[in-house]
Design a protein around this ligand. Sequence first.
Ligand SMILES: C[S@@+](CC[C@H](N)C(=O)[O-])C[C@H]1O[C@@H](n2cnc3c(N)ncnc32)[C@H](O)[C@@H]1O
Length: 232
Amino acid sequence: MQTLLNQSALNGSMPDRLPVTIARRTRRVYDIVAGVYPLSTMFFHSKAHRYALEVSGIRDGMRVLEVATGSGEMFRRLVQRNRSGTTVGLDISPNMAAKTQRDVCKDFPHAHARCQAVDARFLPFRDGCFDAVMCCYLLELLSQDDILRTLGEMRRVLKPKSMLTLVLIGQNTDLFNKAYKAAGTLVPAFWGRQIEQRVPDFLSRHGMNVQTDHVVRQGFYPSRILTARKHV
Ligand SMILES: C[S@@+](CC[C@H](N)C(=O)[O-])C[C@H]1O[C@@H](n2cnc3c(N)ncnc32)[C@H](O)[C@@H]1O
């Protein structure tokens, strides 16, 4: 309760519904669903993935990082686009990371691509070593402190003037928001809670400027796609 009050006082906004880290539970839940997760991506995320890749500015020959690959559907798109570059992926769930790595090795045996089990809050890369960072549907699962830490990490590993692309769950549909809130209350480690409306402010706190901002809908499922540039 104290944490909730402190955070809302700091933000001057409503209390965060995910005030403490539940990363360990998130890892367990996503480990369990790794085998069937591609279905969820196909039905809800594939349109936003396609759009995000188009606005990301990612071109062949770059050094690209995807944070929270899940079962690897966006990762495959990235590797396909970046045939002669290097594509690095990570996910906190070892089963998700292993599936992503296995599938990409099978389909693109000659690509410079690897995916490992890593916690996005502590990226094991030196400053400024990536030309682009992609991150889809992760921030919903992190506490506010962890969102800020993770955005800081993604910014740190980007080269100056390079772009971060974020895909977030849209908050612009009342009925969907109600359903999402109910799902998030039942299994917070899987669903988290919607946060997209606060993300532009989080980005500007890290000195990142939003460049593009689009909403894409796949059936009843809305996604918001933001690109933001690191200044220096
Ligand atoms: C909702 S899924 C999205 C997966 C994929 N990006 C997509 O677009 O379909 C969220 C993913 O974030 C991963 N994740 C959650 N917390 C993480 C953390 N702290 N570090 C890295 N990955 C994390 C989960 O294991 C899961 O695979």
